[in-house]
Design a protein around this ligand. Structure first.
Ligand SMILES: *[C@@H]1O[C@H](CO)[C@@H](O)[C@H](O)[C@H]1NC(C)=O
Ligand SMILES: *[C@@H]1O[C@H](CO)[C@@H](O)[C@H](O)[C@H]1NC(C)=O
Length: 264
């Protein structure tokens, strides 16, 4: 399933093996905070009670296919994340971007304590609490449900995939996803990583794919390492840098392609 990426992965790993082994895992979750003052061009709207959550909703309201996008630590207000949500919507999905942080995302200002915040905003607990979102979508006749998660949202998506709530997930530069998670996900999973992401470096992603490959109960999987980009590349990109923009577009296209294939 992921054969076409294994060869480039080996090359990446060979290059990184020397540095990755000695450097401790380091979180880049707070790098590049989104510019919340940037001009917004949004086709969706904010609703105040989607299964109890404030949420940005966009896309094809009558579609029977829906995608829940789980944000990074900066939350559902980020303009670039909403732009991604709108684009997924244009591909024919109803898209929901819930505020999982109850109005208290991180902002990237100095002095913020990521560890403390993560204790108070566990993606594992958030996934348990999010069941009403999926129940509500099914009640609205949306039976093909996917989850796309970035950073924090990557762990959220994996936890959702353990609970049979989704038919496919995509995780981009995930935070705190571990090898053991790959034994428990129950639906097709796509993993998108950045070559220069020390939070989930290529060697971790390679291990994830290896566990998925060895599972006796085969589930479809796919992995790709994007060269020359760091943590955050898939949702917090430099809009004046053509290379970064192109990489993000490729990541988005792969995510939508995964949903096209598995949300029937
Ligand atoms: C951040 O929070 C953790 C957990 O609450 C605490 O142990 C740590 O001392 C805090 N770090 C700083 C720099 O305040
Ligand atoms: C964004 O990219 C442009 C062009 O590559 C560069 O000049 C600029 O410094 C970058 N901005 C940030 C915040 O990295």
């Amino acid at each position: 399933m992921a054969m076409e990426v294994l060869y480039p992965l080996f090359l990446c790993l060979a290059v990184l093996a020397g540095t990755a082994a000695s450097a401790p895992p380091h979180s880049r979750c707070l790098d590049n905070p989104p510019d919340l003052t940037a001009a917004r061009v949004e086709s969706g709207k904010v609703v105040h009670d989607f299964a109890g959550y404030k949420a940005y909703v966009t896309g094809a309201i009558h579609s029977d296919r829906a995608v829940v996008l789980a944000s990074d630590v900066f939350g559902f207000e980020a303009p670039l994340l909403r732009k991604i949500a709108d684009k997924v919507g244009e591909a024919g999905y109803y898209v929901v971007v819930p505020d999982f942080f109850n109005g208290q995302p991180l902002t990237g200002t100095p002095g913020e304590n990521l560890t403390k915040w993560l204790n108070e905003h566990s993606p594992v607990k958030a996934a348990q609490d999010a069941k009403p979102i999926f129940a509500t979508l099914r009640k609205e006749q949306k039976f093909s449900l996917g989850v796309g998660g970035y950073c924090w949202g990557g762990k959220f998506a994996v936890e959702i995939a353990k609970m049979n709530e989704a038919k496919a997930i995509v995780i981009s530069h995930p935070y705190s996803v571990i090898v053991g998670d790959m034994r428990e996900v129950k639906c097709p999973i796509e993993i998108l990583g950045g070559e220069n992401d020390p939070t989930t470096p290529p060697k971790f992603i390679y291990k994830f794919l290896n566990v998925l490959r060895k599972r006796s109960d085969k589930i479809p999987y796919f992995g790709k390492i994007f060269p020359g980009v760091a943590h955050s590349f898939a949702c917090r990109y430099n809009i004046t840098n053509p290379f970064k923009v192109k990489t993000t577009e490729q990541a988005l296209a792969l995510m939508v392609g995964w949903f096209e294939k598995h949300l029937k």
